[in-house]
Design a binder for this molecule. Sequence first.
Ligand code: HEM
Length: 405
Amino acid sequence: APQVPDILSPEFAADPYAAYRVLREHAPLIWHEATQSYIISRYEDVERVFKGKDGEFTTDNYTWQVEPVHGKTILSLSGREHAVRRALVVPAFRGGDLQRKFLPVIERNSRELIDTFRHTGSADLVADYATRFPINVIVDMLGLDKADHTRFHRWYTSVIAFLGNLSGDPEVIAAGRRTRVEFAAYMLPIIRERRDNLGDDLLSTLCAAEVDGVKMSDEDIKAFCSLLLAAGGETTDKAIASIFANLLLHREQLAAVWEDRGLIARAFAETLRYTPPVHMIMRQSAAEVALSGGTVPAGATLTCLIGAANRDDSRYREPDRFDIFRDDLTTATAFSAAADHLAFSLGRHFCVGALLAKAEVEIGVGQLLDAMPDVRLADGLEPVEHGVFTRGPQSLPVRFTPVTG
Ligand code: HEM
């Protein structure tokens, strides 16, 4: 069998897709010393673990992966406690609240950003749009002061660095912990004040939420808002950059989307399959579990390679081809974001913000296309993907003829 590339090596970062193929075919279950975890890469195995029955797998890894920077959130909870805590926040991200309150917020924030470059004929869709839009939306949804955007972006950058800190750089760890302290100092007084003046915003909804007599404490709300910066910011940011990169590299599909905006939903689902923002997440096994490559003992950590599973040829035909028209991928509807890829995970931790992300991408991409009808990659520049845990184009310089009038 070919040599199995290490997931922490530079070769892997340069082209994980080639490595994923080797892993899926020759080493579907391998022990990885550096992360002290078993790596799995086949669709059926990753799906099996995500959909695990009650108590089969936990997400204890988040206590060290995200708690130092965010505090305790639903990510690291399991069982009944997770179910109740999750039920407190889920309604705010779907149905009436999403339609009535947040679609206008999404439209406004996208337009404001596009207005900063629409007359210039050029932009970097990563720096000028993708990295800003989802964060601006969250700040606005929460009913926080827009004047604080700069701070939010700084916190966001430090959180992202913390989560992607594979080498354990102490500077990055210290900055992440400082952000937690700064964020708490900023957020807690606002939460206390908001409790006495409830409005129509997301923060008020979280203050008022109650399930089975349980409410969120100020600390819970602060931690959840902090999680939103990373969970809702970096992921959607990468999804928007990737959908544009994929379409710009497949111009006939871009032309089809231009003609029929209803196809953005397909392009989004296919982008999440082909180039998911989150490439790997972890689980802990509560009992011994049999997977296609062998048996994993109880108490083990599993690294689930979403990016590999999404390109498994026993699940998708020609998985390495970007094709928004493929018929082996269901597209999410307006009421459900559950397309059959693994980018939002599955089961009890399925992404709370999937519908919000879908709305952001559909509105954002539509507005961008309107503002840049002949958008093209700036001369000779191919987008370069960056990142291992999360991944997306590092920059996306484009040119276009400004629309007049
Ligand atoms: C969970 C991906 C957008 C909030 C997750 C998980 C993934 C994911 C893979 C599961 C983690 C696990 O199972 O361990 C994505 C992607 C997005 C996106 C690819 C964009 C395309 C958003 C947005 C929000 C959000 C916009 C909210 C503003 C959350 C929350 C959880 C979560 C709160 C935790 C759910 C739980 O633990 O029960 N997301 N996400 N996400 N996501 Fe997203």
